[in-house]
Design a protein around this ligand. Structure first.
Ligand SMILES: *Cc1c(COP(=O)(O)O)cnc(C)c1O
Length: 377
């Protein structure tokens, strides 16, 4: 079945009422028909029918064997980190979401997991960092916020040779544009808060796995830790996914035009959008994904332009997060990446002139005229 159809219908399973919209099973516990028997549901920390519907849809969309839904993207990644033990080493993209950076560099390190932040867009960098105790490679592609692209199948190939698992945060492109498991990845991570939910109204996270061994390990961890997604939030994400294809198409269409418009603007010094042919990751992104998405980062000429732009936008909202129907503008230095040490941040280009735009599905002309008036100081 085509991906747009799977987004609308999931696995097509209905409950006994035939409800077209999966009911919200707002129940913490489930009664048993007889001793030693179960309806398949015992307690919602373990399984819940509404959450399961979303998990089935996500497993189908990413072509995995199972998916597990969590209360946020960070909850998903935190649960995943329980796969590792003290003295394990993992290689991580040097440019990643600030919260993930904070988790790895504060919490994981406290748990004695050795984390190396590496430029994973450079394959030789990865190979040279593999050690005897390396267990996994964790990448974002494109990265948040510098839009660096890593070659998923090449990384998965190197990982397999060395007995490592490949983990890909696929938040930016979603399975509509990119399916890492088909390229050899073992675990796909999502902040479903972003494009999957799509309406800036729900926090959620998903892990999709390529094999049953990982599924069993992660289900054991998730039922033990207990940060599964609530029935209502599962329903909201499931509903969001139904329109994922048309939202991705429309926001991408807008983003392509806005990237070109920014590129031509005298006050814009650099534009990072993987859909631009001069972007260093353009060719690899084109090879491994069917679209470039709708995230654009850019650098303006001076701090004054950056602050005025943030204050003068009307339609565009100055807020963190991304992937919703509303166009949002973010100041990574003060928001998403505020906890990344200044030297590391600056070296990556996340400075006080650097902004990130999550392009929504509004009319293109309205987004551009808002940017235009806000830049015209
Ligand atoms: C937002 C985000 C996360 C964290 O997800 P939450 O749902 O906010 O916890 C992880 N990875 C990426 C790429 C993100 O953009």
């Amino acid at each position: 079945m085509e991906i747009s159809t799977v987004c609308v219908h999931g696995n097509g399973q209905k409950d006994q009422t035939g409800a077209v919209s999966t009911p919200i099973y707002q129940s913490a516990t489930f009664c048993h028909p007889a001793v030693g028997q179960s309806t398949g549901y015992d307690y919602s920390r373990l399984q819940n029918p509404t959450r399961e519907q979303l998990e089935n849809t996500m497993a189908l969309l990413e072509n995995g064997v199972d998916a597990i839904a969590f209360s946020s993207g960070m909850a998903a990644i935190s649960n995943m980190m329980e796969l590792f033990s003290p003295n394990d080493h993992i290689i991580v993209s040097d440019d990643i979401y600030g919260g993930t950076h904070r988790l790895f560099s504060h919490v994981s390190v406290k748990n004695q997991i050795d984390v190396d932040f590496v430029d994973t867009s450079d394959i030789s960098e990865i190979s040279s960092h593999i050690k005897d105790n390396t267990r996994a490679i964790f990448i974002e592609t494109p990265t948040n916020p510098m839009m660096k692209v890593s070659d998923i199948s090449e990384i998965a190939r190197i990982a397999k040779i060395n007995g490592l698992i490949t983990i890909v945060d696929n938040t930016f492109l979603t399975p509509y544009f990119q399916r890492p498991i088909e390229l050899g990845a073992d675990i796909v991570v999502h902040s479903a808060t972003k494009y999957l939910g799509g309406h800036n109204d729900t926090l959620a996270g998903i892990l999709v796995v390529a094999n049953m061994e990982l599924s069993q390990k992660l289900r054991f961890i998730s039922k033990t830790i207990g940060s599964g997604l609530s029935p209502f939030d599962s329903w909201l994400i499931q509903r969001g996914i139904k329109t994922l294809p048309i939202r991705m198409e429309k926001s991408q269409q807008n983003a392509k035009e806005i990237a070109l418009w920014l590129y031509a603007h005298p006050k814009i010094k650099k534009v990072y959008y993987t859909g631009l042919e001069n972007h260093p990751g353009h060719a690899i992104c084109k090879k491994q994904a069917s679209g470039f998405g709708a995230m654009i980062s850019f650098e303006v000429d001076c701090v004054d332009t950056a602050t005025k732009l943030l204050e003068k936008v009307n339609l565009i909202l100055y807020a963190e997060s991304l992937g919703g129907v509303e166009t949002l503008i973010t100041y990574p230095m003060l928001q998403t990446h505020a906890d990344v040490p200044v030297d590391i941040r600056e070296a990556q280009g996340i400075n006080n002139k650097f902004l990130r735009l999550s392009v929504g599905i509004e009319a293109l002309e309205d987004i551009i005229s808002d940017l235009s008036q806000a830049l015209d100081l």
